[in-house]
Write a protein that binds this ligand. Structure first.
Ligand code: KPL
Length: 306
């Protein structure tokens, strides 16, 4: 049976999953459409496709993938994969409501806290899955996407219901993307959040690459402070995380992506709204976390977040 999949958020990550699925699965296995709020970009990509450099490959391959700015005409989906920035979740879902039927699973694969809750304003919680991914991708130039790094991708239900996690896992597996299932999806979401909370604001404020957070003693201490606060806030929410282990993971990510500019630094430098409210801002709003509150205000002061 064909799985009908819509991907909301045509940034690097949404397009990465689109390209991985489209190149590995037949049209009988999956119908895939990238939903874009920008009409001109959707029609350009619909006509010309994307160029995709697979991990380890030297040359780009052309991927013809359906793109649409009109969710109303597409019919209901089996799966909606939400890959937008955290602050766009609610608006994107509201626009995508014509794609939702009673059996549609809606899977958030985004950064930060609050994404499932934002989706639940539009869709029953029993249809929602949460998740995180450490897959990496970036645009080398317009419509030329590079798969930069392979990492774990998690999914798990928000509330027990009709979400067909097994069918999603089987399909992604068939496309060579192994998914991990979490009984409590809040754990992988928080683990990723701890890494982002330590790395992202510091790279944006100090204008350094990710690697500097591990290398520079002051930034390393600052990252530890942000992470420790977030671990304490999580514990007060009943989510037990190991600060030592989490900091080891943070340092590993900083070293593995040493030469990269974090997404938050890129957003600040491009004058775009950042995900600070869903990362450090969310931590500070849940409990006593003055360092997280401080970096949130500083990032907000720099641009489009105010
Ligand atoms: O995912 C990232 C980002 O750029 O947002 C890193 C820096 C690798 C971890 O937060």
């Amino acid at each position: 049976m064909t799985m009908h999949i819509a991907i909301l958020g045509p940034g690097a990550l949404g397009c990465l999953f689109g390209c991985l699925l489209r190149t590995e699965l037949s049209a009988e296995q999956a119908r895939i459409v990238l939903v874009d709020h920008k009409r001109d970009r959707a029609s350009r990509r619909q006509q010309s496709g994307l160029s995709f450099v697979r991990r380890g490959a030297e040359k780009a391959q052309r991927v013809q993938i359906d793109c649409s700015a009109d969710p109303a005409g597409l019919g209901s989906m089996d799966l909606i994969l939400v890959c937008t920035k955290a602050h766009q979740t609610s608006a994107a879902m509201a626009q995508a409501l014509p794609l939702v039927g009673p059996k549609t699973s809606v899977w958030s694969l985004q950064n930060g806290l609050g994404n499932m809750e934002a989706l639940a304003r539009h869709v029953p919680a029993q249809q929602i899955l949460g998740g995180v991914t450490s897959q990496g991708a970036y645009w080398r130039k317009q419509d030329l996407l590079v798969h930069a790094g392979i990492g774990d991708t998690w999914l798990g239900v928000m509330e027990k219901g009709d979400q067909d996690a097994q069918a999603i896992m089987d399909l992604f597996n068939a496309a060579g993307v192994a998914l991990q299932h979490a009984d409590d999806i809040r754990l992988p979401i928080w683990k990723k959040l701890l890494i982002s909370a330590g790395i992202n604001p510091l790279t944006a404020l100090a204008r350094v690459t990710n690697g500097q957070v591990a290398e520079n003693p002051s930034l390393r201490r600052a990252a530890r402070l942000l992470l420790n606060e977030a671990v304490a806030v999580a514990a007060a929410q009943g989510i037990e995380l190991d600060a030592e282990q989490a900091f080891t993971s943070l340092l590993k990510v900083a070293k593995d992506t040493a030469d990269n500019r974090s997404s938050m630094r890129c957003d600040v430098e491009a004058g775009r709204k950042t995900e600070i409210d869903a990362i450090n801002g969310a931590v500070a709003s849940l409990g006593h976390a003055p360092a997280n509150a401080l970096v949130t205000e500083l990032i907000r002061s720099m641009g489009r977040d105010a």
